[in-house]
Design a protein around this ligand. Structure first.
Ligand SMILES: [Zn+2]
Length: 438
């Protein structure tokens, strides 16, 4: 691994404060040193640090890499397939006819498409939640991004016991593969894993020593149905199954209630995906009311419901929707959104998300001198409210550039050709009502 020298950069850590005039050295995947600009002017330092690649960052901002805390990455193959429909029709009429017909190649190519989009937007690590884990793992390893995979288990499936054993074996076989790969146990949700299956999945996660990643209280009807069937909220069902005895990553929790709060621990994390909530009109649950007391970062959910895999955009919507609903422009100020956007890395086991010596070199280098963001007064608000993927000039994971000088390392031409071929085949097999326009 080469030594990279980011010369004369402005650094923005989690506290949203800008520290200008810094030299940052990356070696062996770590931030080796952060020194005042001009450090290479000294012969001694030059010998010590031996940079092989020097990037003049005097017009750039360097921030921690961004985590996407909940994504069904392979669903990028379905981006745009189900627009302007309610959640029931979204799933039953528009998604499932095709999703149930997916081949391993669809999952592989869909995951690569999603990873390309994430790297393009400065995502350095993501929490995937999907089946077809062999394909997901292959795509992750080939592209160089970090991922905690949650191979999904449905308690309602006829082959539940076999599937749980298969996932368990997969995690055991691959957990030491790479420092860029980790695992969560992917229970789908309380409603797709009724008792006793949820408890069995959680017990298996405890045996393996991995956290759990599942959907809880996404929509109000789920909470009402849970109360009707079990007399409890989905969070209480999770608690009863032993699910809060270990670290948990909760997708959404949009309809969390006050009585659910005592179940949560320091290592209970939430992935908030507001674009999906708006798009599928999922209502206004308790999450915003309680979020000051919750550990949360941003997820994107799958591209079939949110159209993009850009956590910056999710943070933007998170703030805007609440300002609008509360009729109060002062709620969720930029520094708070930034803290959650960058701090989401703590929900994943990679130790990234900090601009400190010895931390993993998972970084984004932003160029805000583009028509989208320029001029700006505060780079943090420019990123949060004005930026897009064109402002991400470099994405670095583990000391390696996956996007360099505005270009992805991944060959997107080949990927797009594969995707077009697979889309056509999927539409034929799925026999649903979707069409493509090319
Ligand atoms: Zn989801």
């Amino acid at each position: 691994m080469k030594t990279v020298f980011l010369k004369n950069a402005s650094l923005i850590g989690r506290d949203a404060k800008v520290i200008s005039g810094q030299d940052l050295f990356v070696r062996e995947g770590l931030i080796e040193a952060i020194l005042p600009a001009g450090s290479l002017d000294s012969d001694k330092k030059r010998k010590e640090l031996l940079p092989e690649q020097i990037i003049d960052c005097s017009r750039f901002y360097v921030t921690p890499g961004i985590a996407n805390l909940h994504v069904h990455t392979a669903m990028n193959i379905f981006k745009g397939i189900a627009e302007d429909v309610d959640p029931d029709a979204w799933f039953n009429d528009r998604i499932w006819p095709y999703e149930s017909q997916m081949t391993p190649e669809d999952i592989y190519v869909g995951t690569r498409l999603g990873i390309a989009e994430m790297i393009n937007n400065g995502v350095t690590a993501f929490a995937d939640h999907y089946f077809g884990e062999e394909q997901v793992l292959k795509a992750v390893k080939e592209t160089g991004i970090r991922c905690s995979l949650a191979p999904t288990v449905f308690g309602t499936a006829p082959d539940f016991a076999d599937r749980l054993a298969q996932v368990s074996e997969f995690i055991r076989d691959h957990r030491e593969d790479s420092s860029r790969v980790a695992f969560h146990m992917g229970a789908h949700s309380d409603y797709m894993c009724p008792a006793p299956t949820l408890g069995q999945i959680i017990d298996e996660a405890k045996r393996l020593g991995v956290p759990v990643h599942l959907h809880l209280s996404e929509e109000e009807p789920q909470v009402l149905r849970s109360r009707e069937k079990t007399g409890r909220t989905p969070f209480a069902v999770m608690k009863e199954a032993g699910g809060f005895d270990l670290p948990v990553l909760i997708a959404h929790g949009l309809w969390i209630e006050e009585e659910d709060l005592p179940y949560l621990r320091e290592d209970t994390w939430f992935a908030s995906c507001p674009k999906t909530y708006m798009k599928l009109a999922m209502g206004n649950g308790g999450f915003y009311r309680f979020c000051d007391d919750l550990n949360y970062g941003f997820g994107t959910d799958g591209a079939a419901s949110s159209n993009t895999l850009n956590p910056v955009e999710q943070a933007r919507f998170f703030g805007l929707v609440e300002k609008y609903q509360k009729e109060n422009a002062e709620v969720h100020p930029a520094a708070e959104l930034w803290k959650h956007l960058t701090g989401g890395q703590d929900a994943l086991p990679f130790g990234a998300g900090k601009l400190t010596e010895g931390s993993p070199a998972d970084l984004v280098i932003w160029d805000l001198f583009t028509p989208d963001t320029f001029p700006f007064y505060d780079p943090v608000t420019a990123i949060l409210y004005s930026s897009n993927s064109r402002n991400v000039r470099y994405t670095m994971v583990d000391g390696e550039f996956l996007k360099e000088d505005g270009r992805l390392k991944l060959d997107t031409e080949e990927l797009f050709a594969d995707a077009i071929r697979l889309q056509k085949e999927l539409l034929r097999r799925g026999k649903g009502s979707a069409v493509i326009f090319y």
